[in-house]
Design a protein around this ligand. Sequence first.
Ligand code: MSP
Length: 525
Amino acid sequence: MPKDTFYITTAIDYTNSAPHIGHAYEKLLADVIARYQRSCGKEVYYLTGVDQHGQKVQQSAEREQIPAQEFADRNTAKFIEMWQLLGLQYDGWAATTHPQHKAVVQAILQKLYDAGQIYKATHTGYYSVRQEQFLTDKERNEEGEFGPEWGEVEEREEENYYFKLSDHIEWLKAFVHAHPHFVYPAFRAKELVNALERADAIDLCITRPKSRLEWGIEIPFDTDYVTFVWFDALINYISFAGYLKDEVAVDTAGLPDFEALWPADVHLIGKDIMVPAHAVYWPIMLHAIGFPDEAMPKLVVHGFWNDKRGEKLSKSEGNVIDPATRVERFGREGLRYYLMSAIATGRDADFNDERIEDAYSQDLAKNLGNLLNRSLNMPKRYRERVLTKDADYDDDLNREIRETFTTLPERVAEKMANYQVNLALEVIWSALTLCNQYVDKTAPWALAKDENEAVRLDSVLYHLAEAMVHAAFHIAPVMPETSQRMQDQLNYHFPEGFTVADLKWGLLPDGHQLGEGTPLFPRLT
Ligand code: MSP
């Protein structure tokens, strides 16, 4: 089966803590891109999930004296609950303790081992007992020492398995050079090129001895070791997409067809995990497994949400932002709108409760909610809610409205092609502003008083209502429920399978009866 599906994935979240606004932003951005692609008529598969193995999970579980699986499951439930609260719609759930994923990771390890891509070696180095990791010169402070944060540091010798990353660095350099769109945005692609120029040709340690880490996928050719968590986690993008479904059929229920999906159109990740994990290890892993250059995925790298002072969100600083409290105050779609409008994809932004309040009151309650209300109340007052489609009246103001809304799909598409949801929303909101000005300029309340203006009034009321139908279509990827509520109030519902190609001016028929208006975004108390 040929690739016919838009395949979008996000990073999988560590289950050693609860979801915060940063995790939520990434999953939401993918949800919005997925919904947008569907609205363009594309088949879409959205995969997200949780990264359940690794040292941090093991340590947290030990602190609570419960089994690691129990700890991972409990925290996984928190992520799932949060994604439901935010109204995310994903097609696949990648939890890395899933038996099929484990089996695929093991099959890949065995294949690479058999191909001579994995070897065993002894490493001697400085080891932090507290952090349970080997340290490199990068961890030394300005005085050239390992600071107190590392606790006791001792020299240790350890045997592990290594993946021959160095064999493929030259291939990766050439690949990145020949594929400038491997990473979006361009400034991040440049960062990768710079990093590769400086890269040491070293191999990747892909195991941990069970004596210090048990919570991982056992390697198939030596039961004393588990797989390094990144090697395991990256494989989720293919194992949960149906890769090796036939050869390694442990638990394949619900898995899609790999050929229909791969290569991924978007791996959506934060800037902190681009180099080395996603832009160095991952393409090299795929290349070593045998994926050709045309089958490399695309990385879309987003920025970070910081606190309102621009400080990094951190659990120890106590400034992490809990999405649930904001959903409580601004509603699910109030938060969705803010998270999508107040950050430029690729850049950082500061999370600010005053600005979310502003966005709610101005953009949502006033520019959208109030406009819809006017568009419904005036026909109610003057025409018993019934629209006349082809009123024998036209002027430049009407033409401007039609022109604005009929060109909206392509103007939104231009922004969405680069995942710039904030700019797409700006384009949509400028169309709403135009509608608000249109109401002020045409002053339907004055037209209603003059019998000679009856036809013009019909045309104004039609233009407004039809514009609201189009607005309901365009806001749907970011605010699906608001779009539904608008359709309910307009008493017009996009039929099943309706796509942007069907979005023509004049959807509302002559004699259309509008519904009852209720505020979309009630005043905040
Ligand atoms: N488990 C790894 C990813 C493995 S992918 C094969 C991981 N997990 S994480 O929980 O730390 O981060 C998950 C995602 O959330 C990453 O893409 C990360 O960049 C993103 N974010 C974490 N904090 C963030 C912000 N403050 N702002 C925006 N995104 C942030 O890394």
